[in-house]
Ligand binder design. Structure first.
Ligand code: PEP
Ligand code: MN
Length: 333
């Protein structure tokens, strides 16, 4: 249950009620809320006098639910740039799977600059399936991203692999990416709840939509309202493509949750040849963002070589997306 408390409820009362009902307390849009388990359906009489409004839920998808907040949350990325809310912005996030060198990440920044795009991606702590694969440049890579940010001004998104380096990721990024394998990590979720930085949670490839939204609830109930969901493909019986992009799931999330959505066709498809058409299908879903891996020389990439677009491929995709965006009344940023 979500309980909106009356204005001027004292701090002591809020603390008392939060502890009595084992509730989270958040202060959002100038209002105090208590959030209990969805199994609570009714309040004790002692609480009624403090209650302005209340919402009862069938499941623990509560703060992220459209039943609580009917419109998509606005997540501000920097002054003058936000997604969700009344904004009709679609981010086209570009950059390599992994930061590999200064020369490589600089070329990606130059590409974004040329296309007037706002957000640079680049993984530094790579959650590889094999311990023998390239694991990422770690802090050196994050420092390169920060250097690019100061030279070019792009916002930075990079992934956190585990809770040991979450503070570094928070320091060096503008959007924290929680990877598909890391989205159950309670240490990461709890740390991301304590910052106000936007967090993009990628859906695990065996994660139900209910589990996905509950990962978001960890961050929302901890006091960070800037949560974005990212669908990046789930595992099905099909093995010809790397994963299966669940656009039905995206329609469900758009109908039932109030969180902005970014789609990742690169990881879903796994092969560059399919990425442009799939990205257009994603754009047609009118989502808040697209995240596309691009590399100056994909065959030489140290991770995810088969799925990264070369720069001309990325430029063509950008051009092909423009009329679609226009048709949807959206602006590619
Ligand atoms: C990535 O974005 O490079 C990545 C590893 O993504 P995911 O967590 O979706 O596999
Ligand atoms: Mn990748």
């Amino acid at each position: 249950m979500i309980i909106e408390l009356k204005k001027f409820t004292s701090k002591e009362t809020i603390e008392h009620l939060a502890s009595k009902y084992q509730a989270f307390h958040i202060f959002d849009e100038n209002k105090d809320f208590l959030i209990t388990s969805a199994s609570v359906k009714e309040l004790d009489k002692d609480l009624n006098k403090h209650v302005e409004n209340q919402w009862v839920f069938a499941t623990d998808m509560q703060l992220s639910s459209r039943n609580f907040r009917p419109t998509t949350r606005e997540v501000t990325l920097k002054a003058g740039l936000s997604i969700g809310g009344k904004q009709k912005n679609t981010l086209l996030i570009g950059g390599p799977c992994s930061v590999e060198s200064e020369e490589q990440i600089r070329s990606a920044s130059e590409l974004l600059n040329e296309l007037n795009l706002s957000v640079l991606r680049g993984g530094c702590y790579k959650p590889r399936t094999s311990p023998y694969s390239f694991q990422g440049m770690e802090l050196d890579g994050l420092q390169l991203l920060s250097k690019m940010k100061s030279e070019f001004g792009h916002l930075i998104i990079s992934e956190v692999r585990d809770a040991t380096h979450v503070a570094e990721i928070i320091e060096h990024t503008d959007i924290i990416q929680i990877g598909a394998k890391a989205m159950y990590d309670q240490g990461i979720l709890r740390a991301c709840a304590k910052t106000q930085k936007p967090v993009m949670i990628k859906r695990g490839f065996g994660t139900t939509l209910q589990e996905f939204t509950q990962a978001a609830e960890f961050i929302l109930s901890g006091g960070n309202s800037n949560v974005i969901l990212c669908e990046r493909g789930i595992r099905t019986f099909e093995t010809k493509t790397r994963f299966t992009l669940d656009l039905c799931g995206v329609a469900w999330l758009q109908e039932h949750t109030n969180l902005p959505i970014i789609l990742d066709p690169s990881h879903a498809m796994g092969y560059a040849y399919g990425v442009p058409a799939l990205t257009k299908a994603c754009m047609a879903m009118s989502v808040e963002g697209l995240i596309i891996e691009t590399h100056p020389n994909p065959t030489e990439a140290k991770s995810d070589a088969s799925q990264q677009l070369d720069y001309d491929g990325f430029r063509n995709l950008y051009n092909d997306l423009q009329p679609l965006a226009e048709c949807l009344g959206r602006k590619i940023r």
